[in-house]
Each structure stands twice: as structure tokens, then as C-alpha cells.
Design a protein around this ligand. Structure first.
Ligand code: AMP
Ligand code: MN
Ligand code: MN
Ligand code: MN
Length: 293
């Protein structure tokens, strides 16, 4: 197993746990290195970093940026950037503002389905007033008995093509990659296996991503089926991209994989953390061991 997790969510976006609790859970699972990657939001990084330092877990700043590429929503995980970078923060703030406007249109659609009060209902599940998403609507709809769990509510109402879904224009891929490089980070295509596109389109995406300075694709993720690990390892190899791993953990009952520990990358992958010294050295010195001398 790998005790590295470069994709998970806290209450600063649509996760269920506070950043410090998330880090404690990851550490208890054996994590050596962790990136918190809230959607379009870096507000939880300081708390996570402090908790990680206390527990001797290497901490990597992260964020999952919502992008529109052609007509598809694409998630770009940015890692190891400077969270104080103004260009990055301006970009993320604009995406979050778009989320507020989208939430109003989602609520209007749900109204037409006879489901009233969903905006206020979703807001009651929001813990960071700067960030609202479909997961908050999903939790409201489950609470009202419209489906048995979050997964089913997406299938019935919130997934693309369903009655509560509204199209939305996120950031462009080139803008997102510009913010990542301006802030000194690396860009990873999150869970490419969830993109509903053919092989030719995927190849065009990987080519364009690489040309724009992108570094890696997520190969092992809680959002891929096990059979997809090999498939995306092969894409990574073909396009000269590194490979990343992440649980995409949101909370104990809402996620495929727990936070902090993941299966190994398939043979031949170049890990995105290959040159990251803080990850290389993590776990070789225990925070519990007495100071030397
Ligand atoms: P948003 O960025 O607001 O459109 O919401 C995307 C988030 O919704 C994802 O990060 C997941 O947390 C959640 N989500 C999307 N699709 C599903 C699904 N089929 N089942 C459960 N959660 C989902
Ligand atoms: Mn999410
Ligand atoms: Mn995602
Ligand atoms: Mn995610």
C-alpha cells in the first residue's frame, strides 16, 4: 500500500470533516503525506498544515479546480503551490462566485420538480459560506427523503441530464493551468475515468493539458474502478505524464476509499511526488522519537 493521499475534501468545500480531524484520521490510517484538495477553495489549508505538522505527516497544499473543457466539466487538482498567490486566489474566488449563481438556478430547477426550499436547505449543509456545491443539495434531498443516499440522489436528480442539473461555465483549462504555474504548483487531471468521452477526445485532452504545462493524471483514485488503474497508467506513459494517487475522500459514509492509504501505482508509472523531498523523507523519522542529542 501507499501511505500517500493527494486528493481529499474537508468541510471547507463538500467534505464532512474539519481539516484537522481529516488529518488525524489519515494519520491514524498510517498516512505519511497528504494533500487537502477542497473544491475551488484553500481556506482549510492552514488548519490542515498545523495538524499535519503536529502528527509528523508531510503536508502538501492542494485545491481541486473546476474547469470547463469543450463541453465537459473537468477537475484539475493543483498541488504544492503558494496559497497566497493573488492570481490563483482571484481565479478561485471567481469560480466560487459562479457557484452561488449556479445554486440559484439549481434551486429553480428543483422548484419546477416540486421540490421547494432547496437553496436554503442546501445552505443549511454548507459549513463554509464561500462554497456551495451539488453535494450540499444532495444532502438536503436525502434528508427530505427524495432518495436513500447521496449516490442515488445524484443518479435521480443531480447528475448531468437529470432534472436538477444545470449546465455551468467553470474556468477555462488554460486559465486554471496559468494560475497553477503562477503559484508555483503542479497540475493533475483528477479522475479522468469519470469523463464521459471517447478515447480520441481523451487523447486530445492529454495532449492539450501537457502543452499547457500540466504534469500528471490521477491513476489510482477512489473515483476510478480498479480496472481503470492500468488503463490510465498506460495513458500517463503514452503522453509522458506523471501519475498521482488520491482517495477523493469526502466523509466516512460518502466515499469509496478511506483517507490516507491507497493501492500502489501500477509498474512503470512516474509518481508525481518523485522529486518532492518532503514526501521522500516523510515517515523515516517518527515525530514520537526523542530529539537527537
Ligand atoms: P459540484 O462541483 O458542485 O458540481 O459537485 C461535484 C461533487 O459532487 C463531487 O466532488 C462529489 O463530491 C459529488 N458527486 C458528483 N457526482 C456524484 C455521484 N454520482 N455520487 C456521489 N457524489 C457525487
Ligand atoms: Mn466533492
Ligand atoms: Mn472531482
Ligand atoms: Mn475531489
Amino acid at each position: 500500500m501507499l501511505y500517500i493521499d493527494l486528493h481529499c475534501h474537508s468541510r471547507y468545500s463538500d467534505g464532512l470533516m474539519a481539516p484537522a480531524d481529516l488529518i488525524r484520521r489519515a494519520a491514524a490510517n498510517g498516512a505519511r503525506a497528504l494533500a487537502l484538495t477542497d473544491h475551488d477553495e484553500t481556506g482549510g489549508l492552514a488548519e490542515a498544515r498545523a495538524a499535519a505538522a503536529e502528527l509528523g505527516v508531510a503536508f502538501i497544499p492542494g485545491v481541486e479546480i473546476s474547469v470547463t473543457w469543450r463541453n465537459h466539466t473537468l477537475h484539475i487538482v493543483a498541488l504544492r503551490f503558494d496559497p497566497d498567490n493573488p492570481a490563483l486566489q482571484r481565479g478561485l474566488a471567481a469560480i466560487r462566485d459562479g457557484r452561488v449563481e449556479r445554486a440559484q438556478r439549481m434551486a429553480a430547477e428543483l422548484d419546477r420538480q416540486g421540490i421547494e426550499g432547496s437553496l436554503a436547505g442546501a445552505q443549511a449543509h454548507v459549513s463554509n459560506p464561500r462554497m456551495i456545491g451539488r453535494a450540499h443539495f444532495a444532502r438536503f434531498l436525502v434528508e427530505r427523503g427524495h432518495a436513500k443516499d447521496v449516490k442515488s440522489v445524484f443518479k435521480k436528480y443531480l447528475a448531468e441530464g437529470k432534472p436538477g442539473y444545470v449546465a455551468h461555465q467553470w474556468a477555462s483549462l488554460s486559465d486554471a493551468l496559468e494560475w497553477v504555474s503562477a503559484s508555483g504548483g503542479v497540475a493533475v487531471i483528477a479522475h479522468p475515468g469519470r469523463l464521459n468521452v471517447d478515447d480520441k477526445t481523451l487523447c486530445e485532452l492529454f495532449t492539450e493539458f501537457k502543452e499547457l504545462g500540466g504534469s500528471a493524471i490521477e491513476v489510482v483514485t477512489g473515483s476510478h474502478m480498479t480496472q481503470q488503474y492500468g488503463q490510465f497508467a498506460e495513458y500517463a506513459r503514452r503522453f509522458g505524464l506523471a501519475a498521482s494517487v488520491g482517495s477523493d475522500f469526502h466523509g466516512p459514509l460518502e466515499s469509496m476509499r478511506d483517507v490516507g492509504v491507497l493501492p500502489e501505482l501500477p509498474a512503470g508509472c512516474v509518481p508525481v511526488w518523485r522529486d518532492w523531498t518532503e514526501v521522500q523523507t516523510a515517515g523515516t523519522s517518527s515525530p514520537q522519537s526523542p530529539p537527537a542529542g
